[in-house]
Structure formats: structure tokens, C-alpha cells
Design a protein around this ligand. Structure first.
Ligand code: ADP
Ligand code: ADP
Length: 221
């Protein structure tokens, strides 16, 4: 099991954002984390990536505990936050080199060329981020997330704000780059789950209310 979550809980001052959730995610599968705004999706993802500590419960990524082994966990995870910060004045290659440096990747130029190819950024690689459409900026975000060849991809609302054409392209790219990885993707759009997810976990008000194969989704709704 590459992601194992047990009774994970996050309490903020006035509310429980994530409430004793348990689930698992397997290699080669895309798990859709579906729920309305405020359901607890981002909070869950930020806990899995070690960004914020849980209040109680536990989780592991590739066998590493998210709290006590957070550095190991980060090596296994590629994370695309909902509002991925990109420096608009940087060139595509520069921003990938910047991320590669953070991950201390060897043979940086070779790896950057590989991820540019994988994410279809060939024609944009010499452009500035500010010159790219939202869809291409999202490709840069995905390229950054896979640079260190993580086993697990955590994608927070990766298609939000994209136009219909970009949406189709980014979804198929996620399927492609996620093929041998474990992917957890959050969304508030049912069609997104139907389009690319093998499994769906429905979260509402911090609680998991359904967890099933996507093929059974129609029966759940
Ligand atoms: P989602 O990603 O599903 O939209 P979030 O995980 O962002 O949901 O938020 C879950 C709930 O927790 C929301 O009610 C949100 O306002 C609250 N929340 C998120 N982050 C914080 C924070 N840092 N402090 C207090 N409340 C927060
Ligand atoms: P994201 O969607 O990437 O989680 P948001 O715009 O929802 O980012 O939130 C920005 C920051 O504010 C995050 O650190 C989040 O945890 C925090 N936050 C979100 N909701 C609340 C809230 N109700 N009270 C306090 N902080 C919040």
C-alpha cells in the first residue's frame, strides 16, 4: 500500500476540518478525492505532504510515517498545490531548474529535458511563465511535481480554472504521468472523477461518506 491513512484528524481553533478519516491508495491507481469547497480536501493533502501536522491519527507514504519520517515522505511525493506559486518572470527551464535544485537532483539538465518531453512543454521551454496559458502553467506545475520521480502524486484541484480544451489535455496528461504512480487528486467536479479516476473517495464536512470504485459511482449518487 503506498498511502495508508488511519483515523487522521485536523482540528483548527473553531472546527474540525478533517475528522477521523481512513483510506488507502494503491500504485497504478488514480484516487479522486471529491467534495465541495471546505470539505477538508486541501487540509488532508497538506497533512500527507507534511505541510501541516495532524491533530490525531496517523498516515504513512511508502511505509514512512508522515510525522516522524517527513523528509523520507517528501522524497516519495510529488505535490501540486491548488494555487501553485510560479515566478512569472522566470523562464520555464529556469523554474524547473529551481525545483530540481530544491530536490538536489543529479544530472539536472538531463532530467529537465525528460520532464519537458513528458509534460509536452517542448515548444514552450524557452518562454517565460508569464507568456504561458493557464493550461501550460499547469504543465509546468506537473513537471515540477514529477522531477524527482516520486512514487506518489498529490494533486490539489489540478484542473480548476482551465478552459474545456485545456481540461481535456491536462486530464490525459495526469493519466499518462500517473500510470505507474499512486495518484491522489482532489476535485469538486464529479465528471473529473468519472473521466480519470479509478477510485472515488467522497468527503463532506471533514468526513468520508463514500469510498468505492468509480464504476460504482452512479449507484452512490
Ligand atoms: P477544501 O480543500 O475541501 O476546500 P479545506 O481543507 O481547505 O477544504 O478546508 C476545510 C475547512 O477547514 C474549511 O472550513 C476551512 O475554512 C478550514 N480551514 C482550512 N485551513 C484553515 C486554517 N489554517 N485555519 C482555520 N481553518 C482552516
Ligand atoms: P488552498 O486552497 O491552497 O488551501 P486557501 O486560499 O484555501 O489555499 O487558503 C490559504 C491559506 O489560508 C492556507 O494556508 C489555509 O490553510 C488558510 N486558511 C484557509 N481557510 C482558513 C480559515 N477559515 N481560517 C484561517 N485560515 C484559513
Amino acid at each position: 500500500m503506498s498511502v495508508l491513512v488511519e483515523q487522521l484528524t485536523k482540528k483548527y481553533d473553531h472546527q474540525t476540518a478533517v475528522d477521523t478519516i481512513s483510506f488507502e491508495a494503491q500504485p497504478g491507481k488514480i484516487v479522486g478525492f471529491l467534495g465541495p469547497n471546505g470539505a477538508g480536501k486541501s487540509t488532508t493533502m497538506k497533512m500527507l505532504t507534511g505541510y501541516i501536522p495532524p491533530s490525531s491519527g496517523s498516515a504513512s507514504v511508502c511505509g514512512f510515517n508522515i510525522v516522524s519520517q517527513s523528509l523520507d515522505v517528501r522524497k516519495q511525493i510529488g505535490y501540486l498545490p491548488e494555487h501553485n506559486p510560479l515566478y512569472l518572470e522566470m523562464y520555464v527551464k529556469e523554474s524547473l531548474a529551481f525545483s530540481a535544485d530544491l530536490h538536489k537532483i543529479q544530472n539536472i539538465n538531463k532530467r529537465i529535458a525528460e520532464v519537458i518531453e513528458l509534460t509536452g512543454l517542448g515548444r514552450e521551454q524557452h518562454k517565460k511563465i508569464s507568456q504561458l496559458s493557464k493550461g501550460y502553467r499547469q504543465r509546468v506545475g506537473l513537471a515540477q511535481a514529477i522531477l524527482h520521480d516520486p512514487k506518489v502524486l498529490i494533486l490539489d484541484e489540478p484542473t480548476s480554472g482551465l478552459d474545456p480544451n485545456q481540461l481535456v489535455e491536462i486530464r490525459s496528461l495526469i493519466k499518462e504521468i500517473g500510470r505507474e504512480k499512486t495518484v491522489i487528486l482532489s476535485t469538486h467536479i464529479m465528471q473529473e472523477v468519472e473521466a480519470i479516476c479509478d477510485r472515488v473517495i467522497i468527503i463532506n464536512k471533514g468526513k468520508i461518506v463514500a469510498n468505492d470504485d468509480t464504476s460504482n459511482l452512479k449507484m452512490l449518487t
